[in-house]
Ligand binder design. Structure first.
Ligand code: HPA
Length: 264
């Protein structure tokens, strides 16, 4: 099975048919998702920020979200993210398939493994975003003539405030290309859970201090809305093209069976 984690501006599951609302219970909390069909393939749709964008990035229950998808049998996750750009070559309205991250979050639960009965696990994130998913997404975007950058470094900030220009200059010096508030720990938890995960980022603005105007959430929503049709079409083509059950190294990142850890 495949799941879409819809970020800011991606709230509409209407590409799916036979949609059912499902509540999933996990030890980390309960999550609400929609499950439907796209051309006979079963697809889960999850709103990262909850109903009506009601959960800010630093309070998203990332562990419950990923555990809930795992419990449903999801093996592939296509996440979407609105991002600011630090890189002059990555412009508003363009897609970026990030391949690395820098983590500047502060107060989040980053792992399913906190000792005790779950044990201690140090997961490898040399290649944090699934290469197989990324290559299918890039191929689909190229066939559709969508502007897409294959590779980029995603800087995750704690939020919910935007950054200072000084922070943006620092992130740029450290090698960052994009900045957002949700990429970590979502990608890491997906890897711990043995799921393939890729993030389709949409540049919505130039980052603070590069943009000539102060940043607003409305600006981010407006650019997402202008590009939502492209995002939806790309997601549909990827779902159609992807083999959901193809074996992949992401699935064996750790050798601890997750099932008992997530039952609610
Ligand atoms: N900073 C952080 N998160 C964001 C931005 C930004 O400039 N744009 C969209 N999400």
């Amino acid at each position: 099975m495949l799941a879409i984690i819809g970020g800011t501006g991606v709230y509409d599951p209407s590409m799916l048919s036979d949609i059912k609302d499902i509540d999933v219970r996990t030890v980390y909390g309960d999550v609400e998702v929609k499950v439907g069909k796209f051309k006979d393939k079963e697809v889960v749709f999850m709103n990262r920020h909850g109903k009506g964008h009601s959960i800010p990035p630093h309070l998203v229950n990332y562990r419950a979200n990923i555990a809930g998808l795992k419990k449903l049998g999801v093996k592939n996750i296509l996440a979407t993210a609105a991002v600011g750009s630090l890189n002059p070559n990555m412009k508003p309205g363009e897609f970026v398939l990030v391949d690395q991250f820098l983590d500047f979050t502060k107060n989040r639960k980053h792992t399913f493994f906190e000792g005790g009965k779950n044990g201690v696990v140090h997961v490898d994130v040399t290649e944090p975003y699934c290469k197989r998913l990324r290559s299918v997404i890039a191929k689909c975007a190229n066939e559709m003539n969508l502007p897409i950058h294959e590779g980029g470094v995603y800087v995750t900030t704690e939020g919910p405030r935007y950054e200072t220009p000084a922070e943006i200059r620092m992130f740029r010096q450290l090698g960052g290309d994009l900045v957002g508030m949700t990429g970590v720990p979502e990608v890491v938890l997906a890897r711990e859970a043995g799921m393939c995960y890729a993030s389709i980022c949409m540049v919505t603005n130039q980052a603070a201090g590069i943009s000539p105007t102060p940043l607003t959430h409305q600006e981010v929503l407006d650019v997402m809305a202008q590009n939502s049709k492209k995002m939806r079409e790309l997601l549909m083509k990827v779902i159609e093209s992807l083999s959901f059950d193809e074996d992949c190294g992401c699935r064996n990142a750790i050798d601890v069976p997750m099932d008992k850890l997530i039952e609610g």
